[in-house]
Design a protein around this ligand. Structure first.
Ligand code: FAQ
Length: 311
């Protein structure tokens, strides 16, 4: 049985009116959003690590400048998203503590290693590709500050995706060794990219409620299908093979059928046992600790200025 407030709240969502920070909202809606937006922010921050490792090894000055800009954008997205989450009443320090203690999740995808330069191509093409497909609908989600943050983030993600695909084109049209490197990267990043969309709809515990609240406009499986359908012609253009023997056009459905996802691998990574989970967290915690002096200096400086202003 819904209270009057809850009925009015749901009515606003059903009419497409955005919920703003000061509006009344059910505690569970607030909690779900803090969970999702902070997880999203953590993903952007941790997501800098696999690519950050390649900035000093980019094959040309131009590629280096582009990759540097992309990784900086990810930092910006993370900070933007922490701000959006803070409007719900949870402090940034709390969210960062939850990441470092292992309580809060971040996307499974960033627990895989980036082994070669071709991985910079595959990450941009496939990981940012999946991110965009997931995030474009979030621009229309019910919570105003999250929806508005997503508009800018999506514009930058499109640039990220194009830069990745551009690397893939250069490698696929290069020497046989370069093409093999591109194929190897596609082989390793394909399945983890499909896992980014989360568990299958039948296993997705949060989906029904998030759909009712207008946070999720498409289901995990619907978005995953979109990713597969979009990627097949792109792989064909590159002359590369998607590592799925069951991938096949289904004229009746108007979609590509694809093979089963290894959910055991997915849950293993989500529980902290992927190839890089420990290393990623360790690196983040060290970066945070190494930056403590700077945060303290900023506070000391602003306190000094405030005292001076007060005379
Ligand atoms: N990894 O019931 P559902 C980027 C968890 S893009 C880890 O379906 P929900 C850009 C889920 O949290 C990546 N955990 O959950 C970039 C839940 O556990 P909980 C970030 C996952 O929330 C590119 C449980 O499984 N994007 O960073 C994953 O309704 C390149 C059950 O799942 C976003 O976060 C996963 N893949 O749907 C940066 C987008 N999937 O929390 C650098 C916003 C599920 O109850 C380089 N998030 N889980 O303990 C969303 O749209 C949703 O949260 C989903 C999951 C769709 C990810």
């Amino acid at each position: 049985e819904m209270s009057r407030e809850e009925r009015e709240f749901q009515g606003r969502i059903d009419r497409g009116v955005k919920i703003e920070a000061r509006d009344w909202m059910p505690e569970a809606y607030r909690k779900t959003l803090v969970r999702q937006i902070s997880q999203h922010a953590h993903s952007e921050i941790v997501g800098q690590l696999p690519e950050g490792n390649w900035i000093t090894r980019a094959p040309s000055l131009k590629r280096k400048a582009i990759l540097l800009a992309k990784v900086q954008d990810e930092a910006g997205h993370g900070l933007y998203l922490y701000s959006a989450a803070e409007t719900l009443g949870t402090s940034r320090d709390q969210m960062i503590d939850d990441l470092h203690s292992g309580k809060a999740k971040y996307s499974s995808i960033f627990n895989y290693p980036a082994l070669t330069w071709a991985d910079m191509g595959a990450i941009g093409w496939l990981v940012d590709g999946s991110a965009i497909i997931n995030q474009v609908p979030l621009c229309r989600c019910s919570y105003g500050p999250y929806a508005r943050a997503m508009v800018r983030v999506c514009k930058e993600e499109s640039f990220h995706q194009r830069q990745g695909y551009d690397i893939m084109i250069a490698l696929a049209k290069g020497t046989p060794e370069q093409k093999a490197m591109a194929q190897d990267a596609l082989n390793r990043w394909w399945w983890p990219s499909l896992m980014m969309f989360g568990p299958s709809d039948s296993e997705s515990v949060n989906s029904a409620q998030s759909a009712q609240w207008g946070i999720k406009l498409f289901s995990n499986d619907e978005l995953r299908q979109k990713m597969v359908d979009q990627s097949v012609p792109q792989a064909e253009f590159l002359g590369l093979t998607i590592p799925d023997p069951e991938l096949k056009w289904n004229a009746e459905r108007g979609h590509y059928d694809f093979g089963p996802i290894d959910w055991e691998e997915f849950y293993n990574v989500v529980k902290g046992h992927g190839p890089c989970n420990r290393d990623r967290l360790k690196t983040r915690i060290k970066a945070h600790e190494d930056g403590a002096w700077f945060r303290e200096a900023l506070i000391a400086h602003s306190e000094k200025k405030a005292q001076q202003a007060a005379g």
